[in-house]
Design a protein around this ligand. Structure first.
Ligand SMILES: Nc1ncnc2c1ncn2[C@@H]1O[C@H](COP(=O)(O)OP(=O)(O)OP(=O)(O)O)[C@@H](O)[C@H]1O
Ligand SMILES: [Zn+2]
Ligand SMILES: [Zn+2]
Length: 805
């Protein structure tokens, strides 16, 4: 055996100088323990830092190497595939290695924690370890280290499942193991032992009887409750070996205490059958292919996902199913849990750090075969992927807006290629980029053009709010919408009202002089928070009390503007006092579980109207909803973003899709100040194809994606002049080096020109092909490394940006 006693380690020091692996010597006691994918502690300069082992080697260009100080994992937490993916991400997004690894792991593995050893089974441990535990179930890892017992011994028992290395996150809840009881003898022997028991041992007999009937392990708590007895009646049976006990880890399952009704696959419609066939074929033949499942809302896309995943599970392979964070509703989770039960892990941001870690570990330990989750679930450490599905592929939340700036779709395709499995992108309103690729034949296009149950797409009525104003209606509800809501109230049907804006998006303005309260550190209006009567900034933590007089002109007519969900709710209650309204926005869903509670209230028919923001636009499927109202269709249109029309079209289509999904036909009312805008008009006609060709012409004319690629460079500095200067220099440098066919725009102040007292300038590159681009930009980052490290200057580079402000 060649001894590879050098570890190549990526250290947790994010800077461009340290952005490469460093070599460390592996001390003998860690031989075989230090392997690619584990975390280690190493000396780095005067400090000790954490790092990831990316490779082992037996030679280094340096003669004297410092030794690895400590090993944090006994089994790798990054697979070799993920290590490679990390490298790819780093190159692709120009981020640091360390950030690429960190992004793939649950928070717990990055945070400060206490390491413990947990005894999982009663089974005898090797003598030294038995002595160390001395009858306890949990010990601090430090104790193990001080005892000087070899790591190999520990690694072996961990591997055999007798002991687990546990990361105890600070600020954590309840206990996580449960005592399990199971029979220690077979039924016949139990029967005999029962007969031998003294007459008065009634409870013991009951226990024995219980296990003759139910030989499966059961938690002690459950057993005692069921038999209405105490531990005292178990003890003698345990001592005689008639029963055995062991500890089992309980996961902090966020969906515990919830029964999931088992669901069966539907017989597919002809259209569904045609769409799923190529997917199943790829699964069967282990072929990689990217497919776009373009299906109108309510056409049964999810059923196709479910049946494809079933096929993958039956083959013994694994599946990743991505859904946008806001669509990760209990309803959605239920559909997956209902079909696949405990074989599903769920990952979303509402989970606590501990819960996220638990879900991740189920994947790592191969206890589940499916993960349903938001963006970061794309890094699930599966090793045998059979399919990757991205639902609502047009959602911008699939792009991470922080280091590393990756798009989950790109990672999905990377992983799909390596695992030889299909990648399915699903949407009713695919991004222009994706649809264009499908049309060109780069992706395979699968189409669902009809809704289930022969339901038709709901009729959309556009209401011109300017005319309402002329007619003397100053309310935020048009007459048409009001009338239709009242109709629903009479018929006991339900209404979804959508406000394309967050609840707190109201600002304060003086009616006399036009003064708007702005954040003194960021160039944006402060938003009014009604409960606390305060003005707050979204970007920094700045807040101040609501002014009673205008600071400019002393006028008292300074008040808040804009329609937040709270205000709509109040208005609605005034106009329709009999209606029961459920409001869903960031304020009402902040508490854990609140989201689920509000939705199920509405689902049970306990409210007539569901009023909400973006978060109700997706995934909801309620039988009794026959009317959807959109209060302000235009608010997205006015953003400084070349995708604003596309986003408006997508959102309107999604929202409309919530109505009439079942037997009762649905109706949609869209209120707008610009009914003639093509995105609004075409969304009302559900004409994706027409929208696509119209929008493509504009994109071509203005040199935007998918005809051109974009790179956005944003420079920020506390000193405005400096920020501008640096951006200027970068633009000039790039203009001299990039090809003539590329356009370099800038320097220009960003749409958000100042955040947290930092001035922001940007430079935009539009290009068709720039193979040298990354190299050049790396040079730029390197050049400014010193200033960046001092944290004065920030340069962010975003390839294929989704956020342009
Ligand atoms: N083959 C089928 N037979 C009967 N019912 C079906 C079938 N396929 C799907 N459904 C039902 O039709 C409804 C709509 O399907 P589904 O939610 O899968 O559509 P979708 O395209 O994913 O919708 P959206 O994108 O709007 O969320 C669901 O209630 C689903 O259970
Ligand atoms: Zn004023
Ligand atoms: Zn601010």
């Amino acid at each position: 055996m060649s001894s590879q006693n050098i570890a190549r380690v990526v250290v947790d020091v994010p800077s461009s100088q340290t952005n490469r692996p460093f070599d460390y010597r592996i001390p003998d006691k860690y031989q075989g323990i230090v392997q690619p994918g584990v975390r280690v502690i190493i000396p780095f300069g005067p400090r000790k830092v954490m790092g990831y082992v990316v490779a082992l080697t037996d030679e280094s260009e340096f003669d004297t190497l410092k030794p690895v100080t400590d090993v944090l994992d006994l089994t790798p937490i990054l697979t070799s595939e993920l290590l490679n993916l990390g490298k790819w991400l780093t190159d692709k997004t120009l981020s640091f290695y360390i950030s690429s690894f960190q992004v793939m792991l649950p928070q717990v593995l990055k945070a400060k924690y206490k390491k413990e050893l947990w005894r999982l089974e009663e089974e005898e441990l090797p003598h030294t370890l038995e002595q160390l535990f001395a009858g306890r179930d949990v010990i601090d890892f430090e104790e193990f280290e001080q005892a000087g017992i070899s790591y190999h011994q520990l690694q072996k028992v961990v591997h055999d499942g007798l002991i687990d290395v546990h990361y105890e996150v600070k600020s954590k809840e309840t206990k996580k193991t449960t005592r399990m009881i199971q029979p220690g003898k077979d039924a016949l022997e139990l029967e005999e032992a029962g007969v031998d028991l003294p007459k008065q041992a009634v409870k013991q007999k009951e226990v024995i009887h219980y296990f003759i009937e139910n030989p499966e392990p059961v938690s002690q708590k459950h057993l005692l409750a069921e038999l209405k007895t105490t531990r005292a009646s178990l003890k003698p049976l345990l001592e005689k070996g008639l029963l055995k006990e062991f500890k089992q880890e309980v996961y902090r399952d966020p969906f515990k205490n919830r029964e999931f009704e088992r669901t069966e696959p539907f017989p597919l419609t002809e259209e569904q059958q045609a769409a799923i066939t190529p997917v199943l074929k790829d699964i069967e033949t282990n072929s990689h292919e990217v497919m776009l499942l373009h299906g109108v809302t309510g056409s049964g896309k999810t059923e196709i996902y479910l049946q494809s995943i079933q096929e993958v599970i039956d083959k013994g392979e694994e599946a990743i199913m991505l859904v946008p964070e806001i669509a990760l509703t209990p309803q959605m989770v239920e559909r997956f849990k209902g079909r696949f039960g405990s074989r599903v892990a769920v990952m979303h941001s509402a989970l606590s750090a501990g819960e996220k870690y638990d879900e991740w570990r189920k994947i790592q330990r191969k206890e589940v075969q499916v993960v349903v989750g938001a963006r970061s679930a794309i890094f699930a450490p599966f090793t045998n992927l059979g399919i990757i599905i991205i639902d609502e592929e047009h959602e911008t939340s699939y792009k991470q807006e922080d280091h590393p700036r990756y798009h989950a779709r790109d990672v999905a395709i990377y992983r799909g290629e390596r695992h030889n499995c299909p990648v399915v992108l699903g949407s009713a309103t695919p991004t222009l980029e994706t649809f264009a690729r499908a049309k060109k034949g780069n992706y395979r296009l699968l189409t669902l053009s009809k809704r289930m149950n022969d339901a038709s797409m709901p009729e959309v009525e556009l209401v011109d709010m300017r005319e309402e104003l002329h007619a003397g209606n100053r309310s935020m509800f048009s007459r048409a919408l009001m009338e239709k809501i009242q109709e629903r109230l009479h018929r006991k049907e339900q209404v979804v009202l959508f406000l394309n804006r967050r609840g707190y998006s109201t600002f304060v303005m003086c009616r006399d002089c036009g003064y708007v309260s702005e954040c003194p550190h960021c160039d944006i209006a402060l938003t009014y928070h009604r409960k606390q009567e305060r003005l707050k900034c979204h970007y920094c933590a700045f807040e101040e009390p609501l002014p009673s007089r205008c600071p400019e002109c002393e006028s008292e007519s300074i008040r808040y503007f804009g329609t937040g969900t709270q205000k709509v709710e109040e208005n609605l209650q005034q106009l329709l006092p009999e209606a029961k309204v459920v409001r869903m926005d960031v304020d009402t869903t902040r508490r854990k579980g609140a989201h689920e509670k509000l939705l199920s209230q509405f689902g049970r028919g306990e409210a007539d109207i569901l009023l909400g923001t973006q978060m109700i636009a997706k995934g909801l499927d309620f039988q009794n909803v026959t009317l959807v109202g959109v209060l302000t269709a235009d608010s997205l249109l006015n953003l400084p973003d070349f995708r604003s029309a596309e986003k408006t079209f997508q959102l309107l289509t999604q929202v409309s899709g919530r109505a009439g999904r079942h037997l009762k036909p649905g109706e949609v009312v869209v209120q707008t100040y610009t009914p003639e805008h093509y995105s609004i008009e075409l969304a009302s006609q559900y004409d994706y194809n027409q929208f696509f060709s119209h929008e493509m012409k504009l994109r071509k004319a203005f040199q935007y994606p998918p005809f051109y690629y974009l790179t956005l460079i944003t420079v920020s500095h506390p000193n405005q002049l400096k920020a501008q200067e640096v951006t200027q220099k970068i633009c000039k440098f790039l203009k001299g080096k990039l090809s003539d066919s590329s356009t370099i725009l800038g320097p220009t102040p960003s749409a958000l020109a100042r955040i947290k007292d930092r001035y922001r300038y940007q430079c935009m590159i539009k290009y068709k092909q720039e193979p040298e681009q990354r190299k050049l930009l790396k040079k730029v980052l390197h050049y400014y490394d010193e200033d960046i490290r001092k944290n004065e200057l920030q340069i962010s580079i975003d390839f294929q940006p989704y956020q342009l402000m």
